[in-house]
Design a protein around this ligand. Structure first.
Ligand code: ZN
Ligand code: ZN
Length: 184
């Protein structure tokens, strides 16, 4: 078994608009590689920090990512055989085959070695994205914003209310009514 520590410093932002690992935020990968009968078994721990905003109060927040995954990479076919076969294929057939292979990979979660290499990008991306909360909160009990004024409830006094004006009478506000004439 071999162990590696792979910090990824150069990557695309990973996640969603509301919460993602920024481009310049390192993603640390601890990786163990084992040879097994079918190929190579990769056990990994992914650590990073995603930043975004609370979906209730819009405060900036950070979420620690610490996820594990295990991925089996099967030995690929003899690359010489593949090359021979690909030579015979048209470009279009090649593109189609690649598309099918990718779909197959997604469905079956069986990955193949690429010669002596394994592609860790997919599993790393999955470990991160599939575990990001869809509605990140700054605190589980975040009370959000007052829908009337948009201020944070936690910054407002507990008796904070807005006078509710019945719109049917709103037009009467500020109406200059003549003083009732007093009887002489
Ligand atoms: Zn919040
Ligand atoms: Zn308010």
């Amino acid at each position: 078994m071999r162990e590696f520590f792979v910090p990824i410093e150069d990557h695309e932002p990973m996640g969603f608009d509301i919460l993602s690992i920024a481009k310049d935020e390192p993603i640390d990968i601890e990786l163990k590689i084992e040879s097994v009968a079918e190929g190579v078994l990769a056990t990994a721990n992914v650590r990073s920090v995603a930043s975004g905003e609370c979906t209730r109060c819009l405060d900036p927040l950070e979420i620690e990512i610490d996820e594990d995954f295990i991925e089996l990479y099967e030995y690929a076919e003899d690359p010489r055989l593949i090359r021979k076969r690909e030579k015979k294929m048209s470009e279009r057939a090649k593109a189609k085959k690649q598309e099918e292979d990718e779909e197959l990979d997604d469905e079956l979660e069986v990955r193949q070695m690429d010669g002596d290499d394994i592609d860790l990008e997919g599993p790393i991306r999955d470990a991160i994205i599939l575990n990001l909360p869809l509605n990140p909160l700054c605190a589980p009990n975040c009370s959000g914003l007052c829908p009337e004024c948009g201020e944070k409830w936690r910054d407002l006094p507990s008796d904070h209310v807005h006078a509710v004006i019945d719109i049917r009478w709103a037009g009467l506000q500020g109406l200059d009514l003549p003083e009732p004439e007093s009887d002489k």
